[in-house]
Design a protein around this ligand. Sequence first.
Ligand code: NAP
Ligand code: G4F
Length: 323
Amino acid sequence: MRAMITGITGQDGSYLAEFLLERGYEVGGVVRRSSSERFDRIDAIRDSVTIFQADIHDQTSMISALREFRPHELYHLAAQSFVPTSWAQPVLTGEFTGLGVTRALEAVRQVDPSIKFYQASSSEMFGKVQEIPQTERTPFWPRSPYGVAKVYGHWITVNYRESYGIFAASGILFNHESPRRGLEFVTRKISRTVAKIALGRAEELRLGNLDARRDWGFAGDYVKAMWLMLQQDKPEDYVIATGETHSVREFAERAFARVGLDWEKYVVVDPALYRPAEVDQLIGDAGKAREKLGWTPEVSFDELVNLMVDADVAALERETCES
Ligand code: NAP
Ligand code: G4F
């Protein structure tokens, strides 16, 4: 089997590539051109995957990549995925995160409509939540240009399934984290800064809204759900979540506790980090995925916080030894 991943250099792309390689897949990755290569997340598997230079902003390059690799499955993960940037760059976010999905689907339709397609939809689509917990049937009310673009991506996926009979599945994934998470996302910002403070290299952690609540899981668990969605008889949409919600404050408290420190002595609330419109609370019901895919998360909230803090402490200690 051959699987192609857009966004292979991102957090999820790297875990998914490893997961598929372990299952004997030949893996192709779509990477956009850059003046410097950013392959650190896939360093360990770089020689086992085939890289194609393409951009989700460019239809021709997406078609060429698919034509050359001829995958059986396409996992479309590439996006502008940082919510605050979507207010600063709303048009680019619409192009990449929204219309990029149409370009990927159009490439499938034109090259080989039998390619199975996975769309990386998001719990950000629920935004101002209309129901607690959120399920596949909960109406969307996005609160950022990113969320709006993801709603578009979700519905165009449904539309290509209904219009052309493409096996297109949309995974509505709640927040998932790991030591490979980008440094700007709140969990990694916390784990990295806590590690620095513990090692005497930083004095404070500046955060925005401590009351925001998220349903946080481990990225390694979530990529398995993506794959399971494409192994079913019928393409459908699934919520993937832990069913637990925790505040940013709780995440910080737990992370400082891991290194034996009191969070209240180090966390500074910075109003500049508040968002123009906030998603106050997310909590997902993954009952459908449990029942139909046999999927359940394996890493708990406490385990996630601990593994992220431990990884950042170890990485900083390694950097010290090397310098
Ligand atoms: P990420 O770490 O930000 O990775 C995004 C990937 O997209 C990177 O490989 C990036 O490449 C690539 N990309 C961005 N613009 C591109 C373009 N124009 N052409 C080609 N590639 C481009 O995101 P992630 O956390 O792995 O998330 C993966 C997907 O799941 C995203 O669509 C995200 O919106 C969605 N999602 C994530 C979560 C979550 O909690 N992580 C939850 C729900 C949905 P570069 O390395 O070149 O930047
Ligand atoms: O970690 P975040 O930036 O993630 P957010 O906005 O929930 O989005 C992530 O999850 C989505 C799934 O729901 C994905 F679709 C999306 O691509 C991305 O992966 O922020 C989480 C919460 C927010 O409520 C934010 O206001 O943390 C709050 N927060 C408080 N202080 C902060 C900070 N967020 C960031 N990034 N930085 C802070 O200093």
